[in-house]
Design a protein around this ligand. Structure first.
Ligand code: RB5
Length: 144
């Protein structure tokens, strides 16, 4: 994964900016889908463009932040090609890739420190999908 899309609502805008710097420093390409304002806004307006870009292969994966993470996860998971997983610690961030092969990592900006957020991003980016029984389970998520 080299090209990462990222979005947030107003609650995640500060962490998003810092995560963009972190990712660029690690050699990733980053596409910022906004918001870049602390003005109150609606998370689906940013979730859907990120999801479209992941589904179209314009970015390899995505990171989304809102207050609890749930709004972003709910909006993102309306897209058939998206598996957006909410993480709140590094072990969950690792498992959301190893077990769920999440192509979008969702972070609850109001409930984790920035340090925790960046460690979760690192854990998710460096983990690998385990396949096997987890692939079988993923195959059962989307209904025909
Ligand atoms: C914004 O107040 C908040 O509702 C939003 O960031 C998110 O937590 C929604 O799920």
């Amino acid at each position: 994964m080299k090209k990462i899309g990222i979005c947030s609502d107003h609650t995640g805008v500060d962490y998003k900016a810092r995560l963009i710097s972190y990712l660029l420093g690690k050699g990733y390409e980053v596409v910022n889908f906004g918001t870049d304002s602390t003005q109150s806004c609606d998370y689906p307006d940013f979730a859907h463009p990120l999801a479209d870009a992941v589904e179209a292969g314009e970015v390899d994966a995505g990171i989304a932040l809102c207050g609890t993470g749930n709004g972003m996860a709910l909006a993102l998971n309306h897209h058939r090609g998206i598996r957006a997983g909410l993480a709140w610690n590094t072990e969950v961030a690792r498992l959301v890739k190893e077990h769920n092969n999440a192509n979008v990592l969702v972070l609850p900006a109001r409930f984790v420190s920035y340090r925790s957020a960046v460690l979760m991003v690192r854990a998710w980016l460096t983990a690998e999908f385990a396949g096997g029984r987890h692939q079988r389970r993923i195959d059962k998520i989307v209904q025909p």
